[in-house]
Each structure stands twice: as C-alpha cells, then as structure tokens.
Design a protein around this ligand. Structure first.
Ligand SMILES: Nc1nc2c(ncn2[C@@H]2O[C@H](COP(=O)(O)OP(=O)(O)OP(=O)(O)O)[C@@H](O)[C@H]2O)c(=O)[nH]1
Ligand SMILES: [Mg+2]
Length: 523
C-alpha cells in the first residue's frame, strides 16, 4: 500500500496515457477488494485526472465471441499486464535489457550477446504502431530473480537517467526485456520509477492482440493472457497477502474462470474444425508442407514467392502472422502442394504463451514435410535456428493425433533466407558449405533466388514421404485414361509415342493407391 501512494500521485501528474482502462462496468463496483483491485486504482487515477481516452475502443463484431469484449476482464488484464485494447496511442518506451554477467548462470545461448537481446527488444517495441524507444540500457546482473531485480547502485543510476530523460523528452513506460517479471518485481519497479512496467510476455501479448484479426487468433491470444494473470495473482498472494492483503477478488476470479471455460469450449470447436479441414485435405490427397521458423525470418514472403499469391502480405513486424493459413503451389513435377504459413517462434518467452497456439501448430506437426525458414542475415541466426528446432521437438511430443508418430517430426528442409543481405563472400561460404553437407538452401524470397533448387528438394522429400512415384505410362491419345490421369495424378510431361501414333507417353507422379484405382478402372 505504502509503495503505491507515490505512484498514484505521480501518475496523476504525468501525461502518460498508457493502459487506461475503459469505463468501469457493473462488475467492478464491489468494494474492499485488495491487491489487483488496488493496483487498478493506478489507472483509475488517470481517468479521474481527466485523461479519459477521446475514442473509446469500438466494439468489434465478434459473432459468437462477444464475451471476449468484457470490460470487467479488461480491468483485470490491464491491472496484471499493463496492456490495453487500444494500442494506437503513442508510447515512449525506456527499454531495460538485463543480462547475466557470468556465463555459468546464463540461460541465453553464448552466441547471443546483450546487444542482440536489446536489438530484439527494440524490434518488439517497433512492432507496435506509434511506439517509440525513448532510451535503452543494458544492465549486467548476477541473477534475474531478486525482488528488486537491480542492485541499489543500478536503481539510482536508472532513476537519474529517467530524470534527465524526462527533461529532454517524454517517457511513458518501462519495458524490462525479461520473459516474465514477478508481481513483486513489477510492483517494486513501478513504485521505484513511477512508471508502468511491462515485461516481454505482456509486450508480446500487446503485439499479438494487434495482429489477431481472425476469430481463432483472437481466441488464442485471449487464452494466452490467462496463465499470466493467474501466475501474477498467485505470486501476489504468496509474497504480499500476509503483509498487505493483495489478491484477486472472488468476483475477478470468477470472471477469469468463466472466461477460461468459454475460451476452452470455443478453442475445442476450432480444433475440431481444423481436424475436419485436415481430413478433407487428406482426402483430396494434397501433400502439405508446414513453413515454420523464427519470427520475421521470411516465412510468409517465401510462400508468396513460391505460390505467387498476391493476397499474402509479408510485414517487417514481429509476429505478423498469427493464423495458420493454407496456400497452394506447384512442385516442378506439376504436383500441387499446400504450404501452411505459421506463427513465428521467439526465444525468452514463457512456454505458456505459445501453448495456446499449439492447436494451430498441430497442422504443422502433421504436415508431410517441414520447411524451416531462417534469416541467414541475422546475427543470431544459429541461436534462432537452435531455438526453433528445440521448440519443434517439444511440440512434436506434445501433439498427439492422426499420424503423429510418438514425437517424430516430419522431414525438415532448411532454408537460409535473406541471402541478398549477405556480403558476396559470405554467400559463397554458405554455398560451399551447402554443397559439401547439403544442409540447406540459400534463398532470397525478396529476389526470388534459390527457389528452384529448394523446390526440387521439397519435391524429392514429398514424393518419398507420401509414397508417390514418377512413372511413364502409355495410354491412347485423347482417350479417357488421359483425362483420368490429368484429373487424379500430377502430369509431368507428355510426348508422342514414336512406335505407335495412336498412343501417347505420359510421365506422371502418382501414389500407389491412385495407381491401383487407375489399374482397376482401365486395365
Ligand atoms: N532483404 C530481404 N528481406 C526479406 C526477405 N524475405 C523476407 N524479407 C522481409 O522480412 C520481413 C518479414 O517477412 P515475413 O515474410 O513477414 O516474415 P515472417 O517469417 O512471415 O514473419 P512473422 O509472420 O512475423 O513470423 C519483411 O519486411 C520482408 O519483406 C529476403 O529474402 N530478403
Ligand atoms: Mg508471417
């Protein structure tokens, strides 16, 4: 309680407009609620100070998902995560990038430097429109678990920096680039710096909310918020309740529980629909390739280059794609293939955040092959690659279904994208390595280079894994056999039969089962 007072006073003075909750609803009229209820007053203070938003968030037509737009819930999530529905308001962010000094205690791979971590934190902030970085600072630490996070010297230094910064320009929030801050850490830092504090989980949720336009993505993001709120409340009760009486009110707990029930039911529905669509694709016998990779590696761009589908819109933002979508293309043998675009991965995010996307990633795990797109121009390419590979292995284990073989992954094709950004020498080095080890394909989705050899490799793997073969068949020219093969198999090429003018030679790619059907019908 004590620590909140200065916070309240200052936030009333500041023009920070972060995270003002919408008008209060009937659910929030209860009194005597402590903890997160109390912490909400931090925001209510801003409303009382006359800083109410000009434009209240418009209610989106969510069809059967109207329950997602719940103001009482918005207050709870606003209090726990410092996020809001309307992200259009400009923010000036002070980024603090903590990193562990001693390699023994580091959880980040050794080839990822604090500068790399800070660059990713900056990219996260820039993924939100009108969010700018006011200042950033790398902070060496011995542990990330202290309640105060930083030592007293660092706290004083940051405070001084903030004072200077406030004189020069605006600062509206602090982003501590750590997966999740505990309730106690967040509360301490907010009181200390008198600014709202976000961690990576809550900032990513803010980005996901912005990019989630389909019903499915909105449900998944809504679901991903709940573990964070529960964890904060639990953390609050352990660390604070005895001393200060902080906790979620029963009413708020019920709001969360009922939301979770509805979300689970809706997501189960979504999962069933996905299963049906998957079965349909299977019946149609299209091979599928799941295109996965670290966020911003160029997955959507690659699919666009391979399918020439104009509607696909790659964006230079993290987590631009949130829906798994299917796009048809052709392999060199004329076989049609479905590419599945997927949500990108990112390290240093608690697994809970992505667990909610597992339903959609199930499609990827059950594809015939996986195309792993990597941004070769990125300084952390190797670490990003390792992160995606380990996440895929974990996902494969967690996905059980149709033909998932006890955690076995489909064959993987590695794509080293953005090669146009490499210096020619580096390109040659990768090419030589590739020729020697056959580890992947050097591509530029932007310049459409390297796609042919990639497609050849994809074709070879798809034929092998789906049991299709290339065959040459001799059929009457212009006969029903020809029409049948055009309809049911991929025709690579046709040529006249030099020995028989009435026949034609067709090279086709065909599965054993389709070949059996052909034989039954015509032989
Ligand atoms: N220079 C260069 N830029 C590329 C290439 N491929 C993609 N990009 C750019 O990289 C950014 C991200 O591309 P996307 O295709 O949206 O990446 P993504 O992997 O789908 O990203 P998420 O959906 O956010 O995970 C865009 O600005 C693209 O124009 C490439 O080969 N060369
Ligand atoms: Mg994408």
């Amino acid at each position: 309680m004590k620590s909140l007072r200065p916070l309240l006073r200052v936030t009333q003075l500041r023009t920070s407009t972060l995270l003002i909750p919408p008008t209060r609803s009937r659910y929030t009229q209860h009194q005597g609620v402590k903890g997160i209820r109390k912490r909400k007053s931090f925001y209510e203070a801003q409303i009382q100070a006359g800083m109410r938003e000009q434009n209240e968030p418009t209610v989106v037509n969510t069809g059967g998902m109207g329950f997602l737009d719940d103001r009482a819930y918005d207050e709870v999530v606003g209090g726990a995560m410092r996020i809001r529905r309307d992200v259009a308001i400009s923010q000036h962010v002070f980024i603090l990038q903590p990193y562990i000094k001693w390699s023994a205690k580091r959880t980040t791979p050794n080839n990822v430097t604090p500068d790399d971590q800070l660059a990713e934190a900056t990219a996260l902030v820039h993924s939100l429109p009108n969010w700018q970085v006011a200042r950033s600072l790398k902070v060496p630490l011995e542990s990330l678990e202290r309640t105060t996070l930083f030592g007293s010297g660092k706290l004083a230094e940051i405070k001084q920096l903030l004072t200077q910064l406030r004189q020069e320009r605006q600062v509206s929030c602090l982003f501590v680039s750590k997966g999740t801050l505990s309730f106690a850490q967040k509360q301490f830092l907010e009181a200390e710096f008198q600014l709202p504090v976000l961690d990576r989980y809550s900032l990513v949720i803010q980005i996901l909310r912005l990019h989630a336009t389909s019903s499915e993505a909105r449900l998944q993001v809504a679901m991903a918020e709940l573990p964070y709120i529960w964890a904060q409340a639990k953390d609050a009760s352990v660390t604070q309740i005895r001393r200060q009486g902080y906790s979620l009110s029963d009413m708020q707990k019920e709001i969360l529980r009922s939301r979770e029930r509805k979300l689970r039911a809706e997501l189960e529905d979504v999962r069933r629909q996905r299963q049906l669509r998957r079965q349909k694709r299977k019946q149609l016998n299209y091979p599928t390739a799941a295109v996965v990779g670290y966020t911003n590696a160029g997955k959507t761009s690659l699919i666009k280059a391979l399918t020439k589908e104009d509607a696909l819109q790659p964006r230079n933002q993290l987590f631009a794609t949130l829906d798994v979508t299917a796009h048809a293309g052709y392999l060199p043998c004329n076989l049609q293939i479905i590419y599945m675009d997927t949500v990108g991965f990112m390290s240093d995010l608690p697994t809970g955040l992505f667990e909610c996307f597992v339903a959609t990633l199930e499609d990827a795990m059950l594809a015939d092959i996986i195309i792993h797109v990597q941004d070769l121009s990125h300084p952390c390419h190797a670490a990003q690659r390792a992160h995606v590979e380990s996440t895929l292995r974990a996902l494969a284990l967690s996905v059980s279904g149709d033909n998932a073989n006890s955690g076995e992954l489909p064959p993987i094709v590695n794509v080293f994208n953005k090669s146009d950004l490499l210096k020619p020498n580096a390109q040659i080095a990768v090419l030589t390595q590739h020729e020697n080890t056959n580890i992947g394909h050097l591509t530029s989705a932007r310049n459409h280079t390297g796609l042919h050899s990639l497609l050849k490799d994809v074709e070879q793997k798809v034929l092998a894994v789906t049991g299709r073969r290339k065959l040459q068949v001799r059929v009457p020219s212009g006969g029903p056999e020809m029409a049948w093969l055009y309809k049911n198999a991929a025709v690579v090429e046709t040529k006249a039969d030099e020995q028989n003018a009435e026949k034609i030679l067709m090279q086709v790619v065909i599965s054993q089962c389709t070949l059996d059907q052909f034989m039954r019908e015509f032989c």
